[in-house]
Design a protein. Sequence first.
Lengths: 472, 218
Amino acid sequence: MRISDLMALWKPDPTFYPSPRDAAGAPAEKLAYVAAFDRSARRPDAIAVLDTDPGSPDYGTVVGWTDMPGTGDELHHFGWNACSSALCPYAPHPHVERRYLIVPGLRSSNIHILDTKPDPASPKLVRTIEAAELADRAGYSRPHTVHCGPEGLYVTALGGGSTEGPGGIALLDHTSFDVLGRWEVDRGPQHFAYDAWWHIAHDVLVSSEWGTPLMIEDGVVAELLLGRKYGHSLHFWDLRKRRHVQSVDLGDEHQMVLELRPAHDPTKQYGFAGVVVNVEDLSASVWLWHRDGDRFAATKVITIPAEAPADPAALPPVIEPFGAVPPLVTDIDLSVDDRWLYVSCWGTGELKRYDVSDPFHPVEAGSVRIGGIVNRTPHPAAPDLPLAGGPQMVEVSRDGRRVYVTNSLYGAWDDQFYPDGVGAWMAKLDAADDSFAFDERFFPHGDAFRGLRPHQTRLQGGDASSDSYCYP
Amino acid sequence: MTDGSLAALVALGAFHGLNPGMGWLFAVARGLQERSRALLLRSLPAIAAGHAASIWIVAVLVTLTRSVVATRWVAVAGGIVLVGFGLWRLLSRRHFRWVGMRLSLWQLAGWSFLMSSVHGAGLMLLPVLTDGTRAAPAHTSLHTGHDHGLTAGAGSAIDTALFVTAVHTLAMFATAGLIAVLVYEVLGLSILRRAWLDLDRVWAVALLGAGAVTLATA
């Protein structure tokens, strides 16, 4: 043990907030961390660090890189070792630091731990949890979402340790990062895994479904998709007893239920889930889960139709037979004040914003176009540069005023939908009640990412999808 | 029981009540969650009851042992346990893990009992217990002689344990209640960000100090 450990904070980490209301008043982030991966798996993947301080001369550029120790990780999602849930009253431990990034390799199944404290612009790798440890102790592989929770770090995983499935949730110790084991006591019927989050003040965990490794790692499998074999259900769990309580099937035409965004207000029990595609009409949808008596129910609250292209020949082979461009809602994000929902349409190249003050009746309140399978809409900062990829991972600052998007979905799928190259870009939008538009000063693209593809963004100090709160 | 140890009991009760981890924060959270001060107020006695049970067990163990073993050895053994426990609390980065916000009042009392026990709340009273039991029965032993010892000793040990638990818990309950209501009604939870000092560290030092005092006066 070092002296600095003994001298750890006397006051709670200043990035912990008791309530979402307090968190919305947090200062603006100065740095953003972005997972970036090499599709060819010849060079190490990396965490790129971006300057997000508008007063800085380096604003909007990549100012730091941290390479992973090996190759072929396919960095995807990641998270913090600690967050505002450390203030929760039943096991408070607020004198830990939000310091380490937990960075899983979705393809390698290794989990890298990065320390952001010595130099926030250049995180240091301090440990790698090998795939074998995850498989031996928890029985899982393909680690995906990371959430800092009450009894440790929750890491969802798409595959079994030495099997295709079931996927599930592994629990990691939040100080040593050792894999503690499989989280589920009774997993019920859930076989496909993807995302998980919770209503922490109600002891409810929610999980969603994508597919097992064979169904995704070489690209979307048309026969499986048309055969409606990908995940199409939401699952609700007793967070305390670790037991599956209820499945809600959205209907097997609704293929791939991905991101889960529960309300941040801990008194509420609703949230939004994005569905990638409806195989009947190629539309995408957003569902609201909510209480219905003792049970949960899900209601479709947003439908985004497919777009007919001017020239069907412009379609890549994977969707050519359909003659239309599916919106492909691959990520959604809910602002900390639970008012704005951002919806990425990675296929059509559109980022939509909805006012969800009334969660049952979202009202569209802004949309921007960028990239897209057919449109290739340029960024206003480079109007002559057609862009591939579309708005994909979307992250919102705690105060709700800044929205960041990156353009890569997942290596093999990028290649199917953007066969001439998905490229690499990141954009930022400024959001206010009555405006929603690109920041022309923030557009790192192309060589800025050194040939790697950017995926999830995490903002220094926390963001709209990193923290959960126990107090209203 | 001397005036000094009575004051120490009350002070330790206030110290335990002050610690957000010992329950007032949970009471506030429950109140806020349901927008109900009544629920906050109903939660406090359950938390105090769990705390009292944790204290009472230690107090009974110590005072009963005291009635059959020389105080000195109880104090020495207890002091060593305390110092070890304090060091562990100081150096370990592990913390109490409990999952779950939706608790019945019984479960809340159980939570409080566990929380107090793993933090060694009862152990911290050891100097008072070894000092207090020596002080109180000392008068009777002096006048009636040693043969009076065992039976009356056991009886008065239970009494002493009850008394110690009651005084301590009352102080804890009053402090926790006052803070909970203040935070709920006036201050708001943002106070946590500014004023939540790392009481776990202070707590560990207090355990060490209690151990040292017990050993020094053994």
